[in-house]
Design a protein around this ligand. Structure first.
Ligand code: NAP
Length: 255
């Protein structure tokens, strides 16, 4: 299927590794001009080269911390008018809520709620004027099915989810959509760590726990990226305000 996004400007946050990288690769394969962002230059440069080699796309790199005002200024100086914005950042640490104080919560809310909201604030009006925009927030399956030890993530990401539920209805008539992608467990550093954490709660090793998943395996970043690219396509203009699980069936609800 031709996704109709060749030549679009895509800004993919937190994209030198993992899910963000999967999204950047998939968008580049569709001919989007991709700007990828992360804090460590060496990995970022390697990833950019890999994407260029595999897709032939134009790939720009931005070294920045997306959870800071300065980092967001740098990101938008490099890609001032994105047609496609993928919001992503590292996740908060696991722990016991009894140990979390104001600073822990402020950091989680800053990284996983406020930062993506601020990126939306800074880019949305341009998309509305240009009559095309696709915003995808990478959140977590924990928004639907909380993991107690990831309480900071459950809480902060739910705040973002509530905000998006409101604003995403105001944009649809301008061909601008905002959706959340909810990863289950993926084959990334963070995903393997989460598998060990969740499995450990039942006395299982990470590999034993992964075997119990409906798919019997972790998700792959190219599978995640392909879903993201479809949401960013011309065909997905009628999908907005949704929370889309990509979890190999691990959420066991009927809906
Ligand atoms: P990952 O493999 O550890 O990759 C994280 C990427 O984000 C790296 O490129 C990292 O590069 C970049 N990054 C982290 N903090 C950043 C910051 N402040 N500013 C800019 N870039 C930053 O992680 P992942 O598995 O792809 O996870 C991505 C997000 O999805 C996380 O929030 C995670 O909690 C969530 N999630 C993941 C899974 C899963 O199974 N993988 C499941 C549910 C939710 P630098 O370190 O160089 O900045």
């Amino acid at each position: 299927m031709e996704l109709g996004i060749a030549g679009k400007q895509a800004l993919v946050c937190a994209a030198s590794k993992g899910l963000g990288k999967g999204c950047a690769m998939a968008l580049a394969k569709e001919g989007a001009m991709v700007t990828i962002l992360a804090r460590q230059r060496d990995v970022l440069d390697q990833t950019a080269e890999e994407i260029r080699n595999q897709t032939g796309a134009q790939v720009n790199v931005v070294v920045a911390d997306i959870t800071t005002e300065e980092g967001r200024d740098i990101a938008l100086a490099a890609c001032p008018a994105p047609d496609i914005l993928i919001n992503n950042a590292g996740g908060p640490p696991p722990g016991d809520f009894r140990d979390w104080r104001q600073q822990h919560w402020f950091e989680a809310i800053n990284g996983n709620m406020y930062s993506p909201i601020d990126m939306i604030r800074r880019t949305l009006d341009g998309m509305l004027e240009r009559r095309f925009g696709r915003i995808v927030n990478i959140t977590s399956a924990a928004v639907k099915q909380p993991v107690n030890a990831l309480g900071l993530s459950n809480g902060a990401r739910s705040g973002l989810t509530g905000f998006v539920a409101g604003i995403s209805r105001d944009t649809a008539r301008h061909n601008v959509t905002i959706n959340n992608l909810l990863p289950g467990l993926f084959d990334t550093e963070r995903g393997r760590g989460a598998a060990a954490l969740i499995g450990g709660g039942s006395g299982l090793s990470a590999d034993e726990y992964i075997e119990t998943l409906p798919a019997g395996r972790l998700g792959m970043i190219d599978e995640f990226g392909a879903t993201c690219a479809f949401l960013c396509s011309q065909h997905a203009a009628y999908i907005t305000g949704q929370n889309i699980l990509v979890d190999g069936g691990n959420y066991r609800g009927t809906f």
